[in-house]
Design a protein around this ligand. Structure first.
Ligand code: CDP
Ligand code: MG
Length: 198
């Protein structure tokens, strides 16, 4: 658990908004360790593969979107979650391949859950204040659906450990992930704290 890994992508809007440093800084200051990093322009086919590594992604994302509309007392674009995600996936492919992205692997205690907490929920309009999606952008399901585009929320992070393992294997070769020690691990993980005093 101390070496849990998760995949993060700074999406094209995050790069265009000059938020690479801000985002990396938030994960660093939380105590997580960066073990893999690359910048590239992904193809649409690759983005489809990325989202569909999670076999239930179509259903879950569709249901989440419909629920969010209903919570606000609005009518969702479709009642069928699969119809919703058919459109979402198409929009996502265009969004994610529109420019460079930064792809990273972060490691540390509960890395998957900690990073999901730091990035905030999917829709920036309702993401908590203090999170990356809540602090640095302003999109909503309603406006993005009206415009016929993906929700621009700056960043992707794996939603579960299983998703993380599959996504990391998709984006990185094992030799691209670096095994190294960080000085701060002494205070984060040492059990007896007997290495501080001289
Ligand atoms: O990224 P996250 O895991 O929070 O959400 P998701 O449900 O896995 O959806 C993936 C991405 O699709 C989101 O981050 C949005 O960019 C996009 N999306 C969208 O454009 N419209 C929706 N109704 C739902 C998601
Ligand atoms: Mg997701």
């Amino acid at each position: 658990m101390k070496k849990e890994r998760t995949l993060v992508i700074i999406k094209p809007d995050g790069i265009q908004r000059s938020l690479i440093g801000e985002i990396v800084g938030r994960f660093e200051r939380a105590g997580l360790k960066l073990v893999g990093l690359k910048m590239l322009v992904p193809s649409q086919e690759f983005i489809e593969k990325h989202y569909l590594v999670h076999p239930e992604w179509r259903r879950i994302t569709g249901e989440k979107t419909i629920e969010s509309y209903k919570k606000k007392g609005k009518k969702p674009p479709h009642e069928d979650p699969y119809k919703v995600t058919e459109i979402v996936l198409d929009n996502l492919k265009k969004y994610m391949s529109s420019g460079p992205v930064v792809v990273m692997v972060w490691q540390g205690i509960h890395a998957v859950g900690i990073i999901r907490k730091l990035i905030g929920s999917t829709e920036p309009m309702t993401s908590d204040v203090g999170t990356i999606r809540g602090d640095f952008t302003i999109d909503s399901y309603e406006i993005s659906d009206l415009d016929g585009r993906a929700v621009r929320n700056l960043i992707h992070a794996s939603g579960s450990l299983e998703e993380a393992e599959k996504e990391i294997a998709l984006w990185f070769k094992s030799e691209e992930l670096i095994k190294y020690r960080l000085v701060q691990e002494q205070i984060l993980y040492d059990i007896n704290l007997d290495g501080i005093l001289e």
